[in-house]
Design a protein around this ligand. Structure first.
Ligand code: UT7
Length: 327
């Protein structure tokens, strides 16, 4: 038995927010945003659209590619820090929307590392339990809903999107996920956090006025940790998979900052041409960002059977990791 990814899908909202529009909202400019981050624009979901709606659209595309019926999905896992509501899980609402009535469902969050964590979680569960033959794994965020639109240090960074993949058990004794590393360091919890809205600081008028329900980030400190962690975990993932950078067709890092992506590529010995970029058009979409590129490259035929791909991410927690896929 092997576990293969047989379908990918993604969705981004129609509405575009450009750097020049942000210039009218906070004291910033296109030159600063472009040179410091690589972001030119990002997509913003409508008021009545959130991670379940976006995820449902991405999942339908992934299921179509996989030629798998929702009824044959045994497990739905959704990685997000912006679920539609605290209860029930996004995964249960996706199940309802798709009529995937035979699926067990849960959400988890590992922030921007959600897809890396999710692949290992899904694969481990499929190996452990014969019940899970087909799994739908989603990563999606409506970060615009938790962005402080008065904070120029963060509001220029984020965008909304969702992605999905379908994993299935095959008779071929080969897995798509050939190595995986997952790490975390909770001592740096306060470098990237949303303090309000949980059970310690429930929603009150005061903390809404203080924007405690919004993302806060010490960007510079996160930047330094991100590069080192992504490089180290990527090296480990390649070592476990017994592959060199030369054997890897694409390095798909989480898309948080072009300077981070370039530094990681350089330190790992990858030419920047081997790094797909969606950050310029979508900003940082957290758990969705890697799937957006994966889906685009699979659909364009840039990733095909036998190709090896290295994924790596870093995010709030702090969490990070890397994995090697063989398509
Ligand atoms: O996805 C999860 C992981 N997240 C990340 O990996 C993000 C990591 N961090 C970053 O991408 C970068 O640190 C940022 C893009 C967030 C910030 O870039 P930076 O080069 O680290 O800038 P900085 O925070 O050190 O700020 C430099 C200057 C400051 O002014 P002074 O103190 O030098 O006068 C800021 O106030 O730039 C100023 N600044 C801005 N100026 C214009 C900060 N934000 C802006 C802005 N427009 N939007």
């Amino acid at each position: 038995m092997g576990i293969k990814i047989i379908g990918t899908g993604s969705y981004t909202p129609e509405k575009v927010l450009t750097n020049s529009e942000l210039e009218k909202m906070v004291e910033t400019n296109d030159e600063w945003i472009t040179s410091r981050t690589g972001i030119k624009e990002r997509r913003i979901a409508e008021d009545d659209e959130a991670t379940v709606g976006m995820g449902t659209k991405a999942a339908k595309k992934a299921l179509d590619m996989a030629e798998t019926s929702p009824e044959d999905i045994d497990l739905i896992i959704y990685a997000t820090v912006t679920p539609d509501q605290p209860l029930p899980s996004n995964a249960c609402l996706i199940q309802k929307n798709l009529n995937a009535k035979n699926a067990a469902c849960f959400d988890f969050q590992a922030a921007c590392s959600g897809f890396i964590y999710g692949l290992e979680i899904a694969s481990s569960m499929m190996k452990f339990n014969t019940r899970y033959k087909n799994v739908l794994l989603l990563g999606g965020e409506k970060l615009s809903a938790i962005t402080d639109w008065t904070d120029r240090g963060t509001c220029i960074l984020f965008g909304d999107a969702a992605g999905a993949v379908v994993l299935t058990k095959t008779i071929e004794n080969k897995d798509t996920l050939i190595s995986s590393t997952m790490y975390a360091d909770g001592t740096h919890f306060d470098l990237l956090e949303i303090q309000g809205g949980g059970s310690l600081h429930p929603i009150t008028e005061d903390n809404i006025n203080d924007h405690t329900h919004c993302i806060k980030m010490a960007g510079n400190k996160v930047f330094k940790l991100a590069v080192n962690a992504m490089v180290k975990s990527s090296k480990e993932a390649m070592e476990i998979a017994h592959v060199t950078p030369a054997e890897i067709k694409w390095l798909i890092p989480h898309q948080a900052n072009m300077r981070i992506m370039t530094a990681v590529a350089e330190r790992l010995g990858f030419a920047v041409e081997k790094v797909p970029v969606n950050l310029d058009k979508h900003g940082n979409t957290s758990a969705a960002s890697i799937i957006l590129s994966l889906d685009e490259y699979v659909r364009d035929g840039k990733i095909s059977k036998g190709d090896k791909v290295l994924l790596t991410a870093f995010g709030g927690g702090m969490t990070w990791g890397a994995c090697v896929l063989e398509w």
